[in-house]
Design a protein around this ligand. Sequence first.
Ligand code: LMR
Length: 337
Amino acid sequence: MKLKSLLLGFFAAGVTTLLSTAAIAQAPIVIKFSHVVATDTPKGKAAERFKELAEKGTKGRVKVEIYPNSTLYKDKEELEALQLGAVQMLAPSLAKFGPLGVKEFEVFDLPYIFPGKDVLYRVTEGPIGKSLLGKLDSKGIVGLSFWDNGFKVMSSNKPMHLPTDLKGQKLRIQSSKVLDAQMRALGANPQVLAFSEVYQALQTGVVDGTENPPSNLYTQKMFEVQKHVTLTQHGYLGYAVIVNKKFWDGLPADIRAELENAMKQATKYANAIAQQENDNALEAVKKSGKSTVYTLTDAEKAEWRKALLPVQKEMEARIGKDLIGSVNKEAAALGYK
Ligand code: LMR
């Protein structure tokens, strides 16, 4: 009898161990992907696409949990959380890497640095992009990819035709020294604010205006609290998709390969939808009748360029003359003068 219950005990313990081993073996690897924009944006949609592809490609061995709209972390916090390993994946805008100590990313913020999206893609998909992503390694971060969003528009409660129209206004910027210099070149007072705080800051008059691609202006409802939008397209906003290096390097090689593949496809998707998403958002802003959307004349465009181009020279020492030169070379290779 004693032996029987002992054997039963062993059996039960064995089954429990087997069950828990199986549970552990089946527990998916979780990737927490935090971001600050709405789901209905180029970044939000690309993150969803990545989740879909990653979970399918790894046959459920990886689970991607997306936290949009700053539900988990705001701009600065999310980068800290990634480095600490509290989240595994982010896609911050390129303007947010300066405070991390990789100020070369601010090259993307320079006014008029990309005469067209073709130049941007040569940079992000080519050796310049690769070398920029490589700079994140020493920060405990692996840079996986660049995702497009779009060229920025200006918004304010006053009409903006000439760059001087923004003189003296308080304008929200992302945490980039180039954007700070850009707003100062307009005679405005730049203020760094987290993305999640912009709507309220505009609504309450903490700041007078801001800049963003139409998709963000629309999905964050900023257009409801800004009387005027001008299609300046003076600068660019896009993203780098990044992961915690320790997490990434610790993944089984076959899983990592699947995730790389999913990222490649999600990137293609992001870049394919970005322009259309922004065009649709701009149409929706126009239709709302809440903001007046102004298109600059050629003469006015020339004035904006005249006011903002000197920022490229001014920021040479910070970003690197060679880096700026190599971007300009890509533009020249595509026939831009
Ligand atoms: C912003 O802070 O304005 C943008 O970086 C938000 C985003 O991620 O597109």
